[in-house]
Design a protein. Structure first.
Length: 434
């Protein structure tokens, strides 16, 4: 009840006030209202129709602001994950509130670059406030993409509420989303080089040709090295091929480092063919890698395939000694022969004269130095010389030697049959009359 006393008027002391208690129910209900009505039992008092009631609005005091702690986050592919946080920006909670976060692809794509979130829930509990415990954090997995520059994606914030209630949370527009930037890992700088013998022997045996890490460590994805054996004079195909590369792709795995090797077998074949030493060029290339920059040094090596000694052509004289009587003039042929190996090319030999105690023009004539050629069809070569009649019986035999000579690396002179001796002596038993 409100009592106006005698003497009060509309132009003077005209007001009576009262309080209505507002109860904090700790429940977010949005804007609420109630009505206060005025009545009087005194017939001499008239209540103005427009003023018979008043409405009281009760605003909820539990509204808080939330948002991302940062407008952007930066991480690296090598970090594995990035932590993103949501904070209470203002106000205090008198009840639990759940917010949700979700991601949208940008230049970074899920799942190649990161693992997307589909409305992940975060709960702030009653009692948390902007001035105290005000943070909820979560992790987003960062995946190992390719070496293709920095990328980004966006994380958004929403409030999850009971559909029968309004939200006690508001957002600052600038804090409703955040950007995550993923920086590329720098490429690992590797230096690798070929390791191979400078010479191989043609012997139906395998040799190892290796690639060795000289500096650096292999990063993500590993490194594939292709090996090629080509060039040079050796052949890798055909009836008389010289070699075969067993494995042409070598793989270094993550974590391998200085000193580690990957090897391939080079099968050096014996073609049973008489030929000169041959060369083979071995080279390597590195496959493109998202995480490894590979310097190749040396990138190629030239090795020599040595001819198998047993395949060399044997050359020998057919006769070790030719006797000639002092009392006659005689034409003599000195011949040499070769072993029946298959020839890749013609080989050349010479028959040279070595005077022991003879004199050209006095004891023999007709010798001309000639290079003799053995081919696939030629197995015997001969050199002619004329032995002259001596003027008198020789007290001691005279001798000149025919010697086999060749500088062809495919030729081996038979040491026991390399000289033909022409001996001028009393062969027919002629008696000299004094």
């Amino acid at each position: 009840k409100l009592t106006f006393t005698s003497g009060q008027s509309s132009t003077g002391d005209n007001t009576q006030c009262f309080d209505v208690d507002i109860v904090a129910d700790n429940i977010y209900e949005g804007l609420e209202m109630f009505t206060v009505q005025l009545f009087s039992r005194i017939t001499t008092v008239t209540i103005a129709a427009a003023s018979q009631s008043a409405t009281v609005d009760i605003e909820d005091s539990t509204i808080v602001e939330v948002g991302f702690a940062q407008s952007s986050y930066t991480t690296s592919e090598g970090d594995g994950s990035v932590q993103v946080c949501v904070v209470l920006l203002s106000g205090a909670l008198i009840a639990d509130v759940t917010v949700g976060v979700f991601t949208n692809d940008g230049s970074a794509m899920s799942p190649d670059d990161y693992t997307s979130l589909q409305t992940k829930k975060l709960t702030f509990t009653s009692g948390q406030s902007s001035t105290g415990d005000n943070t909820q954090c979560f992790d987003i997995a960062i995946n190992n993409g390719k070496q293709d520059g920095s990328k980004s994606f966006t994380v958004h914030l929403i409030v999850i509420v009971d559909p029968l209630q309004s939200s006690p949370v508001t957002f600052q527009p600038s804090s409703m989303s955040t950007t995550v930037v993923i920086e590329d890992l720098p490429a690992n700088e590797l230096k690798v080089g070929l390791v191979a013998a400078s010479e191989f022997i043609e012997a139906d045996d395998s040799e190892f040709v290796c690639v060795q890490i000289l500096s650096g460590t292999v990063g993500l994805e590993g490194v594939n090295i292709s090996m090629q054996a080509s060039g040079g004079t050796a052949t890798k195909s055909g009836e008389y091929k010289d070699y075969s590369l067993i494995n042409d792709t070598l793989t270094f795995t993550v974590g391998q480092t200085v000193g580690d090797k990957q090897c391939s077998q080079l099968l050096v074949l014996d073609d049973d063919f008489v030929e000169s030493n041959e060369t083979i060029e071995i080279s390597i290339t590195a496959a493109a890698s998202s995480y490894n920059s590979t310097d190749l040094n040396p990138q190629s090596i030239v090795s020599t395939i040595l001819e198998d000694p047993k395949d060399k052509i044997q050359v020998f004289v057919l006769t070790n000694e030719i006797p000639v009587d002092w009392n006659e003039t005689r034409n003599v042929s000195v011949c040499a022969s070769r072993s029946p190996n298959r020839l890749e090319k013609d080989i050349v030999v010479q028959l040279a004269i070595r005077d022991v105690n003879t004199i050209s023009g006095l004891d023999y004539v007709g010798f001309e130095p000639v290079a003799h050629t053995f081919s696939t069809e030629v197995y015997v070569v001969c050199q002619n010389i004329t032995i002259l009649k001596e003027e008198s019986l020789l007290a001691n035999p005279k001798r000149l030697d025919f010697i086999l000579i060749s500088d062809d690396p495919a030729v081996v002179i038979n040491s026991s049959s390399s000289v033909t001796e022409i001996v001028i002596a009393n062969v027919n038993g002629t008696v000299h009359e004094r």
